[in-house]
Write a protein that binds this ligand. Structure first.
Ligand code: WT7
Length: 636
């Protein structure tokens, strides 16, 4: 394929062509895929709707491009190297031919269980090969997958299943995580007490736990797979048919289902993957994200398979059996392109070089970072101790909604600068706006990060609520997609992402709305109200700081009472969202700082949490200014 940018000259030419003739640029890239029917028109768009369509009238199946297309040239090439949680367990290797066969079989199982094109299928599975196979199997038959990360609670899973009205759930009996074994099917059972749309549950056996199988609803995947053959023609899909839904948090209470469609997503996932990482045929790629997040969709399930690459999938955690596991796996499988999150880098940096030095890491060629700003210290550590100062680092900025990387240097082609995501990919037109919505055209400025022209994998809607999509992303600044991030642009035009400007916090690269954490906290017995803000955290990037008002004041000095209440709150968050969202700090207060109209002054709470007590700003408009003094004194 020749959508590859191989030099600075190529890059400049691509930037120029994509600006002058975006449709020509993208159709040139799209032509390199296998289409069942060519598209009639490249693009129609209107950000006011929003209404964006790419490759209109085209028909394709993304899995033909991920799998069938490679069989002739790469049938015996490894598609997947699966590394289990326990380093002593055997790893699994699948060639493209084997992966193709497994996906076809799984797709036939889905069909056999009554799942049809357009049906929504929830996937709640740990990082086992069957997860990847399930995702691709849904795509093969045109079912819309909605992967829910296994760290989410039964309640969150139920909300997501109900919002999408999923007809089936694919899951596992349990999961291994470090030295723990955890239930998975049991969480599904609990969720399904509230999910009338689900007719089938297919269970992959991983930990061999005794699980309850509900007659008429539940079946074991290994038994089902014996009933089918490996012949499953790919379902023809319209370019704009939905491919998947992925739920993500926003500033309001309820997570929204971001919808990506078949044609545009395929083109952009592949284009961005190949170019950002400068993939070569012999590379071994490893993305450490979970398939439950967008990174695991675009740069595990789809990007690498579309490119015919070999990739590693890891079931475990970076610190098991010790903090050298990532580096051990890199040496073991000869990983050449490694893509992880700043939070992981910081925690492994904190574990000390003793865990790095035993490994050679000589196979590495390119390093990547994603999910949150990478601080300079972590960047330099990554560069020198992991990349041995010979691997370029790509700091990739993007979002669930963008479907793929929008801002990043291209490994070894465009320059890099610590803490800077750097340049937009050719075809991407970001702008910085003032809060009044005026475009800032100079450099060395700061503003709100927006995009003024569509790219193929921009979100199309939020499931079941198009108005919400319009309101959230397209209504703040007319004619622009608003990212929710603030950014700076330096003298050379490199972007540096500062972080969210809305009520969203980024904890270890995962996004949570403060409102959803508050609603979970408020379900705890004895809680009247709460306010949640983010604060700088050494490892997680941002930590969760909760201010909580209780019904009865906690007796001063009664450590036990406060501990119990904290426990209740953490359990409430674990049940409502999942342990991943549990507050790091909980401060009990007698009231929250509110304006006379009852609005919580989060700015003040944020400043206190950040320990910037000197710059609280004007507090005279508060209903009860005295509460601020109390909050300052009780700061944790
Ligand atoms: C938010 C999107 C994109 C996959 C993982 C997160 C932040 C993401 C970077 C980066 C600074 C980053 C932004 C963005 N973010 N990558 N390289 N530098 N910030 O996906 O859950 O949709 O979150 O993550 O704030 O808006 P997500």
């Amino acid at each position: 394929m020749n959508d590859r940018i191989r030099s600075l000259a190529d890059y400049k030419a691509a930037v120029e062509q994509s600006t002058i003739d975006p449709e020509g640029f993208w159709s040139g890239i799209a032509e390199q895929f296998q289409w069942m029917k060519p598209w009639e028109k490249t693009l129609e768009w209107d950000f006011d709707g929003p209404d964006v369509k790419w490759f209109i009238g085209g028909r394709l199946n993304i899995t033909e491009n991920c799998l069938d297309r490679h069989l002739e040239q790469r049938g015996n090439k490894l598609a997947l190297i699966w590394e289990p949680n326990d380093p002593k367990e055997r790893f699994v290797r699948l060639t493209y031919r084997e992966l193709h066969e497994q996906v076809c079989r799984m797709a036939n199982v889905l069909k056999r269980n009554g799942i049809q094109k357009g049906d929504r299928v929830a996937i709640y599975m740990p990082m086992v090969p069957e997860l990847l196979v399930s995702v691709l199997a849904c795509a093969r038959i045109g079912a819309v997958h909605s992967v829910v990360f296994c760290g989410f609670s039964a309640q969150s899973l139920a909300d997501r299943i109900n919002d999408a009205e999923a007809v089936a759930v694919l899951t596992s009996d349990g999961m291994f995580r470090g030295n723990k074994e955890m239930p998975v099917k049991r969480v599904v059972d609990e969720a399904l007490e509230h999910c009338p749309s689900v007719k089938r549950v297919l269970v992959h056996e991983r930990v061999r736990w005794a699980v309850e199988m509900k007659e008429g609803r539940d079946a074991w995947l290994h038994e089902e797979l014996q009933q089918v053959d490996a012949n499953c023609p790919a379902e023809p899909m319209d370019s704009e048919d939905p491919l998947f839904i992925l739920y993500t948090s926003g500033s309001t209470g309820k997570p929204k289902g971001v919808v990506h469609t078949c044609g545009g997503y395929m083109v952009y996932a592949s284009y961005s993957f190949r170019n950002v990482f400068q993939m070569e045929e012999s590379d071994i790629f490893w993305c450490t994200a979970d398939v439950g997040w967008i990174t695991g969709h675009s740069y595990m399930a789809y990007g690498p398979t579309l490119a015919g690459a070999t990739q590693v999938m890891f079931e475990g955690v970076p610190t098991y059996p010790d903090a050298g596991r990532f580096w051990q796996v890199i040496d073991k499988h000869g990983v050449s392109v490694f893509y992880t999150a700043p939070t992981a880098i910081r925690s492994l940096m904190a574990a000390g070089l003793d865990h790095v030095l035993p490994y050679s890491l000589h196979s590495l060629r390119v390093l990547g970072s994603v999910g949150e700003p990478i601080n300079e210290e972590a960047w330099h550590w990554y560069k020198s101790h992991i990349g041995k100062n010979r691997c370029p680092i790509v700091d990739t900025w993007w979002q669930t909604e963008t479907g793929g990387i929008l801002i990043s240097s291209l490994a070894g082609i465009t320059d890099e600068k610590p803490s800077h995501a750097a340049y937009p990919l050719p075809g991407i037109q970001p702008v910085l706006l003032t809060t009044e919505g005026k475009e800032i055209t100079e450099n060395e400025v700061e503003g709100l990060l927006c995009v003024k022209f569509p790219w193929p994998s921009i979100l199309r809607t939020t499931w079941g609520d198009h108005e919400r999509c319009r309101q959230t992303y397209f209504s703040s600044y007319k004619g622009h997609y608003f990212t929710g991030d603030g950014a700076k642009r330096d003298a050379e035009g490199r972007y540096r992402i500062i972080g969210r400007v809305d009520d969203v916090i980024n904890v270890s690269g995962h996004r949570f709305g403060t409102a959803e954490i508050e609603s979970a906290i408020n379900t705890a017995k004895g809680v009247v109200e709460s306010a949640v803000v983010g604060y700088p955290h050494d490892i997680k990037g941002q930590g969760i700081y909760a201010y909580v008002v209780t019904e009865k004041p906690l007796p001063a000095g009664d450590v036990k009472a406060a501990e119990n209440m904290r426990g209740e709150i953490i359990e409430a968050v674990a049940a409502g969202i999942g342990r991943i969202a549990k507050p790091d700090k909980i401060q009990f207060v007698s009231g929250l700082p509110k304006t006379r109209s009852g609005k919580i002054m989060r700015r003040i709470l944020r400043k206190v949490a950040e320990n910037e007590l000197g710059s609280l700003g004007d507090t005279s408009t508060l209903l009860d200014p005295a509460v601020v003094e109390e909050i300052k004194e009780g700061r944790l």
